[in-house]
Write a protein that binds this ligand. Structure first.
Ligand SMILES: Cc1ncc(COP(=O)(O)O)c(C=O)c1O
Length: 371
C-alpha cells in the first residue's frame, strides 16, 4: 500500500463545518444582503475583541488592507516606506500601489524578519512608515522598535498576514503591538484564519484611520458625496459568516501548529536550519534551510511529500522591485537561496509528520553554507 500524498496544506472541508456553511449560505440568500451587513459587523466586533483593539475594518484582501491603510494615512508619491527585502511580494507591491517608494532593507541572519539596525540606517527625511512583517508566523518583538521610532512621526505597521493568532511578549496580539499604528490581516485560504476566498482587515485603535478606511473600501463615500477617489474592497457576508465560525477555533489550531513546528525543530534541528517561531509565534509556514533546496524538494517529492519555497528570490530580485534596496541585502538573498517549506497545518497527524521528518533525514541534507 502506498502512503497518501502529503500536502503542504489541507483546505478541504467536509462534515459539520461544510454543513454549517451550507446553512449560512441559505440564510444569506434569504436575507438578500451580501455586503456590509450584520455578519460583517459581527465579525469586525469579534476580531476587535480577539485582537484587543477598538477598531477592525474588513476589506477585500490582505493586500488591500496594506494599500488602504497606507492610503488612509496619506502616504503616497514622494514618501518612502521601509519594508523587509525578504518575504511576500504584496507587502512591497502595496507600497508601490499607493505611489510611495519602497525601501527594502535586510532581514536578520538568523530570523526571517526585518533588522532594526538596517531599518534605522535606511531612514531618511521622507520615511513615513516602516512595515514589520511577522513572516512565517514569527512575531517580531516591537518594544525596541517603538523606542527607536518614538517622536519621529514614522508609523509602525504590522503585516500580520502570516501570524494571525500570535502574540507579542507583553501578551498583546500580533497586530496590536506596542507603538503600532495598524495591523494588516489576510484571510487568504491558506492563512491561519482562512476564508473561502480572498479577504483581509485592518486592526487599529485609531478611530479616524478606521473611518477613513470605511470610506476607502466603499468608493470614498461619506453621506451622499464621494470625498476621495478610491476603490471598492469589501469582504462579503458569506465570508464573514464563515470567518465568524472559524475564529473561535483559531486558538486551538495555533496551539496545534506550535506543537508541530516545535517538533520539526526538535527532530530536524541537528541536520538542517529550522525556523524557530518562539513561544508566542503563530506558525504559518514550517521552513527549513538547506544547502541544496531543490535537491531536498526532489527527494521529498519522490517520497510523496509536497513542499514549497517561501520565497526563492529576495524581493529586490523581482523585476518590478529592482532598484528598491538602497544597500546590499545579503541575508535576504541567503534566506531566498536556502529555504524549503514543509507540510504544516492544524490537521497534520503525528504519523504524517513522522513521515516528513523521516524523509528529510533520509535525504541527508546539509545546512546552508552561509557567507
Ligand atoms: C506577508 C504577507 N503580506 C500580505 C499578503 C497579502 O495578503 P492577500 O493574499 O490576502 O492579499 C500575504 C499573502 O499573500 C502575505 O503573506
Amino acid at each position: 500500500v502506498t502512503d497518501a500524498r502529503l500536502g503542504l496544506v489541507d483546505l478541504a472541508w467536509r462534515g459539520p463545518a461544510a454543513d454549517a456553511m451550507a446553512a449560512d449560505l441559505r440564510a444569506v440568500l434569504g436575507d438578500g444582503r451580501y455586503l456590509l451587513g450584520e455578519r460583517t459587523e459581527a465579525l469586525e466586533a469579534a476580531l476587535a475583541d480577539a485582537i484587543g483593539v477598538t477598531e477592525v475594518v474588513t476589506l477585500g484582501s490582505g493586500t488591500d488592507a496594506l494599500i488602504g491603510g497606507l492610503a488612509a494615512l496619506g502616504i503616497g508619491p514622494g514618501d518612502e516606506v521601509v519594508a523587509p527585502a525578504f518575504g511576500a511580494f504584496p507587502t512591497a507591491a502595496a507600497i508601490v500601489a499607493v505611489g510611495a517608494t519602497p525601501v527594502l532593507v535586510d532581514v536578520e541572519p538568523s530570523r526571517p524578519t526585518l533588522s532594526l539596525d538596517a531599518a534605522l540606517a535606511a531612514r531618511t527625511a521622507r520615511t513615513r512608515a516602516v512595515i514589520v512583517v511577522h513572516l512565517y508566523g514569527v512575531v517580531v518583538d516591537l518594544a525596541p522598535w517603538r523606542e527607536a521610532l518614538a517622536g519621529t512621526g514614522v508609523h509602525l505597521i504590522e503585516d500580520v498576514a502570516q501570524a494571525q493568532g500570535g502574540s507579542h511578549r507583553d501578551g498583546r496580539a500580533a497586530g496590536a503591538g506596542p507603538g503600532t499604528t495598524f495591523g494588516a490581516l489576510s484571510f487568504y485560504p491558506t492563512k491561519n484564519l482562512g476564508a473561502l476566498g480572498d479577504g483581509g482587515a485592518i486592526a487599529t485603535d485609531d478611530v479616524e484611520l478606521a473611518l477613513a478606511l470605511r470610506r476607502w473600501r466603499h468608493h470614498g463615500i461619506e453621506g451622499e458625496a464621494h470625498v476621495v477617489a478610491s476603490r471598492n474592497s469589501r469582504l462579503d457576508e458569506l465570508q464573514a459568516a464563515w470567518l465568524l465560525r472559524r475564529l473561535p477555533e483559531l486558538g486551538a489550531e495555533v496551539a496545534r501548529r506550535r506543537a508541530l513546528a516545535h517538533r520539526y525543530l526538535e527532530e530536524l534541528g541537528d541536520v538542517v536550519g529550522v525556523v524557530d517561531h518562539g513561544a508566542h509565534g503563530a506558525p504559518h509556514l514550517a521552513v527549513v534551510r538547506v544547502d541544496d533546496p531543490e535537491g531536498l524538494r526532489r527527494q521529498l517529492d519522490v517520497a510523496g511529500i509536497d513542499t514549497g519555497r517561501h520565497y526563492p528570490l529576495a524581493l529586490p530580485q523581482q523585476a518590478p522591485l529592482r532598484g528598491t534596496a538602497p544597500r546590499p541585502v545579503p541575508h535576504a538573498e541567503e534566506w531566498a537561496r536556502s529555504v524549503v517549506s514543509l507540510p504544516l497545518h492544524q490537521r497534520l497527524a503525528d504519523a504524517d509528520q513522522d513521515r516528513v521528518i523521516g524523509a528529510v533525514r533520509a535525504a541527508r541534507p546539509s545546512p546552508p553554507a552561509l557567507t
